[in-house]
Design a protein around this ligand. Structure first.
Ligand code: PLP
Length: 449
């Protein structure tokens, strides 16, 4: 079988074999790679090696809300590369990174005003978990070692994030390597109670009481932290029930448990506010972020921490390292420069307000799919939406895969997990592009019914 394709210039063949593709059925894709090769991108569209334009329905992987090839970002990257292309973050820093930490602290909910930089969401999560353990130890509560995640949660692929994560396929192969003492709250998705909800489901606040069950089971004095995505993105846009996060916050506070919001998807505008915490009115003790901060152009992540947590570490001799943790590329100046340009564009374009304007358009459009064949559920919140399809008998995931592959031929790049299609279009999308995206999906669903 020919597993090579002609590259963009047409004068050289690309060999797809050496590349081990992440989260991908490698053999299936490499059997017919050509439709999957993207050669350029501009605004809300990709261009493939075959010359097709694809609408970017998930803003990259939730990470490119401003669209691609933004001239201001390209220029910021070029200028920073010429000025200071790298600087170690250990013992040293640089103006662009320092200013970014201040800027993020200013944007974050009141009280969260210390920023630790990483390079990805996975690293941000592992960092936050370590900070939680360290915080309790420094306060004389080293017995607080348990970390609580939630079923269907996605917190990246490091050993920490994988352990607190609750997507079973991501855990199975590594079951023996899970961090000890981790437990999981039950998830909040219930077809019988909330199918086809618009925005936050009204049923389900009481599900937060699952944390009380764990406190009773394990004793609060053994629990360090709870980590949840305010809106579960990777599992397919599972929107928190009204009152659920408030209750989780209240239980954590009562038992001295740190609450971490993993805002890798929801941070920087996806829910129409700087953070999901702002939109949902619940303030955690730490926020993890990545993705949108740099518009996905240069990797960057981080943790925003309550000052009181930071201060707990600032003890002992002033010349001693307080937290033995960090990355070669923490606070990378190129990422920081791109983050500033991205935040500038978000502010100048008032893009969080734009998300709020686009939200009802997406909501109205996506719920019109309800009567199409084989639709099991539709959910939406902020500029996110998901459609659950009835699986093909005995072939879970096959229907969504077929819709995805047909989409590549028809002009849209979709994202699917199992038989769920998730959408998170760029903030710069026009109302016509949002409704057009849903109409494309309708055509695909009918074609694969
Ligand atoms: N946390 C959440 C909530 C995510 O959605 C993701 C990625 O989708 C991650 C963590 C992991 O981020 P990364 O892939 O940058 O490591």
């Amino acid at each position: 079988m020919d597993r090579t394709i002609i590259d963009q210039a047409g004068d050289r063949q690309l060999n797809v074999e050496p590349y081990w593709m992440p989260f991908t059925p490698n053999r299936h894709v490499k059997a017919d790679p050509t439709p999957r090769i993207i050669t350029s991108a501009k605004g809300a569209y990709y261009r493939t090696a075959e010359g097709r334009e694809l609408f970017d329905s998930l803003s990259g992987l939730w990470c490119c809300p401003l669209g691609h090839a933004q001239p201001r970002i390209v220029e910021a990257l070029r200028r920073q590369a010429e000025t200071l292309d790298y600087c170690t973050a250990f013992q040293m820093s640089n103006p662009v990174t320092l200013r970014l930490a201040e800027r993020i602290a200013d944007m974050a909910p009141a009280g969260l005003d210390r920023v630790f930089f990483t390079n990805s969401g996975s690293e941000a999560v592992d960092t936050a978990l370590k900070i939680a353990l360290g915080y309790h130890r420094l306060r004389g509560e080293a017995g607080r070692f348990r970390m609580i995640g939630r079923e269907k949660g996605y917190h990246g692929v490091g050993f920490g994030g994988m352990s607190v994560g609750g997507m079973v396929a991501n855990r199975k192969m590594f079951a023996t390597a899970m961090i000890q003492g981790v437990d999981h709250l039950r998830h909040t998705h219930d077809y019988a109670e909330m199918a086809f909800s618009k925005g936050q489901p009204t049923w389900g606040a009481h599900l937060a009481d699952d944390l009380e069950r764990m406190v009773a089971l394990h004793d609060a004095g053994t629990i360090a932290c709870v980590i949840v995505e305010p809106l579960q993105g990777s599992a397919g846009v599972i929107v928190p029930p009204l009152g659920y996060l408030e209750r989780l916050r209240e239980i954590c506070t009562r038992h001295g448990i740190l609450l971490i919001f993993d805002e890798v998807i929801t941070g920087f505008g996806r829910l129409g506010a700087p953070f999901g915490a702002d939109r949902l009115g619940v303030i955690p003790d730490m926020i993890t972020f990545a993705k949108g901060i740099t518009n996905g152009i240069v990797p960057m992540g981080g943790v925003i921490v309550r000052k009181e947590i930071y201060d707990t570490f600032m003890t002992g001799p002033a010349s001693a390292v307080e937290l033995f943790h960090g990355y070669t590329y923490s606070g990378h100046p190129l990422a920081a420069a791109v983050a500033h340009a991205s935040l500038d564009l978000m502010e100048e374009g008032d893009l969080f307000a734009r998300v709020r304007e686009l939200e009802p358009i997406l909501e109205g459009a996506v719920h019109t799919l309800r009567d199409e064949p084989g639709i099991k559920d539709i959910r939406n919140f902020g500029l996110t939406a998901a459609v659950d399809l009835e699986p093909m008998p005995g072939q879970p995931g096959a229907r969504a895969l077929r819709i995805f592959e047909r989409g590549l031929r028809e002009g849209i790049l979709l994202r699917f997990t199992g038989d769920t299609i998730a959408m998170g279009p760029p903030f710069i999308s026009t109302p016509a592009e949002i409704t057009g995206m849903i109409e494309m999906l309708r055509t695909l669903i009918r074609a694969e019914a």
